[in-house]
Ligand binder design. Structure first.
Ligand SMILES: [Zn+2]
Length: 257
């Protein structure tokens, strides 16, 4: 079983932010423990009970709460990068997925719904590709319980029966699960990935995304795992858009193509 852990960054209704992002990490079930141990190691300097330390990217970035309050700006951002490096250095089968929605480009759509459907389809295409390569594993989606709970829970209930706008999902088992981010190190990694993508698109700060860029799902030179949804991407140099242009338009803007 492959498990895709997702979390969000940015607020769909905040007009001061241009973007809403949903992103996370897909891991093979046997590797979940490895992630937990690596994050526990990062937490050890801050608490004798490392499981009591929750890594939450925006809280670390702003140094709002204990134990991040005591850190310098550089040290706090170093923690954020260390969490991202765990994903960057993980097993080969680990894949990163993220969707950045430029909210003004879709004035009549719910950005949470757009991003969730987009990533479900990309994850399903990833599983289909693995299947063609002889890997018969199915997939499951796990979301942070606080991640836009209402709209995503509603979508989750519906998504098995109606599929997504781009077709049905054949390789994802059951409905998505919601877990408490405090209890899941993988949801905490997903939170950092969503935040790294948010910083890149909303603030033009690519130093976090750069760490994980090589781990986005990719095939035939196209970075399928990074979806940038914007009405005008003709000059966009983000890895997702650039790879599609370099591929000569083979993959217009359809997930998994
Ligand atoms: Zn782009």
């Amino acid at each position: 079983m492959y498990v895709l852990y997702l979390d969000d960054a940015g607020s769909p209704g905040n007009p001061a932010e241009q973007y809403f992002t949903l992103g996370g990490v897909c891991v093979y079930e046997a590797q979940i423990d490895w992630f937990s141990r690596e994050l526990d190691k990062l937490a050890m300097p801050f608490d004798p009970n490392p499981e009591d330390i929750e890594f939450h990217a925006s809280t670390i970035f702003s140094r709002r709460e204990h134990p991040w309050k005591a850190l310098t700006i550089d040290d706090a951002r170093g923690i954020l990068k260390s969490v991202l490096r765990v994903a960057a250095c993980a097993y080969d089968t680990t894949r990163i997925f993220a969707c950045a929605i430029h909210k003004a480009s879709f004035p009549n759509a719910d950005p949470v719904e757009l991003a969730f459907e987009d990533l479900c389809q990309r994850f399903d295409q990833f599983l289909a590709r693995r299947r063609r390569q002889g890997d018969q594993q199915r997939g499951m989606i796990v979301l942070d319980r606080t991640t836009r709970e209402t709209s995503l829970q509603k979508l989750s209930r519906e998504f098995r029966k109606r599929g997504t706008r781009w077709g049905s999902l054949n390789h994802i088992a059951d409905t998505p699960f919601f877990v408490d981010s405090k209890a899941s190190r993988l949801v905490q990694v997903a939170d950092h990935i969503a935040y790294a993508v948010f910083r890149r698109f909303n603030s033009g700060d690519a130093q976090y995304l750069d760490i994980i860029c090589s781990r986005f799902d990719e095939a035939d030179g196209i970075v399928h795992g990074l979806s940038h949804r914007h009405a005008d991407k003709t000059t966009c140099m983000c890895p997702g858009c650039l790879s599609r242009r370099l591929a000569g338009g083979r993959a217009a803007d359809r997930p998994g193509s």
